[in-house]
Design a protein around this ligand. Structure first.
Ligand code: NIG
Ligand code: FE
Length: 417
């Protein structure tokens, strides 16, 4: 199938030489073509250029043509951190926090992650698939084309495997590109409260071999935080995960400066995520690594946390990625357009930096930047066409709106008018 999008007002994030990520000052640049065309064949991008220079691609007949006059075309967002498979919701805890309880206090009473784990253990695979698909369809309509999904609300061998099998099934039920992460070390389940060692042994000796045997996870993640897992435990768990073929990721420095970034750098994590309490030591360590610092502005916003030093990290020459953290407790939204607005308004990132963070850098954070995250010949044809808007900066500016009109994933039009 051949698809030509013509008269594009601005074709955003184009590359001739594909990069794996963009760092520091480079993040301020966003290569664009004005008054452009984009050609797609089957599931790949096969060409792009200026309308003035359009000579056609030889023997291009029988094509579907979309006119994108006054509209912007962007590569689909990559959302490299979500917990989109879950049961129930936690708006009662939201009200508790409005009334003054902290996220930590709610967890200490058996709420938070433990609340979601109880609900998940009771849910069937079918129920989990149905509710996750609704959320996936929602983020797809909001411009996301690739998403990482974590386990971590199971917290038993059976329930963690159930979550990961659900994630595997979702891959065949949606055109979104999905990567799976094992997050058994999301919290210590109540029954192991007084014997965390035993739970860590269970993660390493029972869960990991089963997950590896069924090839259920690309990554392994740990919530490195006071009352959850220490830096040393994080290193131990992720070192074991690597032996089972899973690449490390870390929930790091969200509620305190607790060693998550240093643990991640030590084990060669592909990303360290959250970063509210990152300091100079962590920035220096990240500069010597290939690890992608990833901010999750939805969670910092929803929990009223201090903001991660995104501006400082970029100014220090680091790359920064942004993801939604879509989950029922700390970020019940996967809307990457809103994440862009938060990046700009709260973190003083420019629209160019925010778009780089949400496309090529978040693609890097899930090993997808060779195929996703930019408009480049040979890459996956995952793009969206906006409504009629004056410029790409209008997307973060219009916070709360969904300006995505037509979604194209794997070369197929998913929705449109
Ligand atoms: O990324 N911080 C740990 N994990 C999630 C929150 C999970 C939850 O509250 O259900 C996060 O914010
Ligand atoms: Fe998370």
């Amino acid at each position: 199938m051949k698809l030509l999008i013509k008269n594009i007002k601005t074709l955003v994030q184009v590359e001739d030489e594909p990069k794996l990520k963009v760092l520091g000052d480079e993040m301020k640049k966003l290569n664009c073509v004005q008054n452009a065309w984009l050609a797609i064949e089957d599931d790949k991008i096969v060409g792009f250029g200026k309308m003035d220079d359009w000579e056609g691609i030889s023997d291009w007949t029988n094509l579907t043509i979309i006119d994108a006059s006054d509209k912007i075309v962007m590569p689909s967002y990559c959302d490299s951190h979500t917990h989109i498979v879950y049961a129930g919701s936690r708006e009662t805890e939201f009200v508790d926090r409005i009334s003054g309880l902290t996220y930590e206090q709610i967890f200490e009473r058996g709420g938070g992650i433990l609340n979601s784990a109880k609900k998940l253990q009771e849910a069937s695979e079918e129920e989990l698939i149905e509710s996750a698909l609704k959320r996936l369809n929602e983020i797809m309509r909001q411009g996301t084309g690739a998403v990482e999904i974590k386990s971590g609300y199971g917290l038993s061998t059976e329930a963690e495997l159930k979550m990961l099998r659900v994630i595997k099934k979702l891959k065949s039920l949606t055109p979104l590109t999905i990567k799976a992460t094992f997050l058994g070390a999301h919290a210590v389940p109540t029954e192991y409260k007084n014997d965390k060692r035993k739970y860590i042994d269970l993660l390493i000796n029972e869960m990991m071999p089963k997950i590896a045997a069924e090839k259920l996870a690309d990554y392994c993640d740990v919530f490195c935080e006071q009352n959850y897992f220490t830096k040393e435990e994080t290193v131990e768990i992720l070192t074991a995960a690597k032996k089972h073929g899973m690449t490390p990721k870390v929930h790091a420095e969200q509620l305190s400066n607790f060693g998550g970034v240093l643990a991640g750098v030590e084990v060669g994590a592909i990303s360290v995520d959250h970063l509210e309490f990152v300091g100079d030591k962590e920035i220096e360590a990240l500069k010597k690594s290939e690890t992608m610092p990833t901010i999750l502005p939805g969670a910092a916003f929803f929990l009223s946390l201090p903001l991660p030093p995104a501006r400082k990290m970029i100014d220090a020459g680091l790359p920064v990625a942004v993801a939604s953290d879509y989950n029922p407790g700390s970020s019940p939204s996967g809307n990457m357009n809103f994440m862009l607005s938060l990046c700009c308004v709260q973190y003083k990132m420019t629209p160019e930096e925010a778009i780089n963070a949400a496309t090529i850098n978040s693609a890097y954070a899930m090993d997808l930047s060779k195929t996703h995250g930019s408009i480049c010949v040979g890459k996956q044809a995952n793009v969206f066409i906006t409504k009629e808007i004056p410029s790409y900066g209008f997307i973060p500016y219009s916070f709360g709106s969904n300006l995505v009109e037509t979604v194209i994933l794997n070369g197929k039009v998913i929705s449109g008018d």
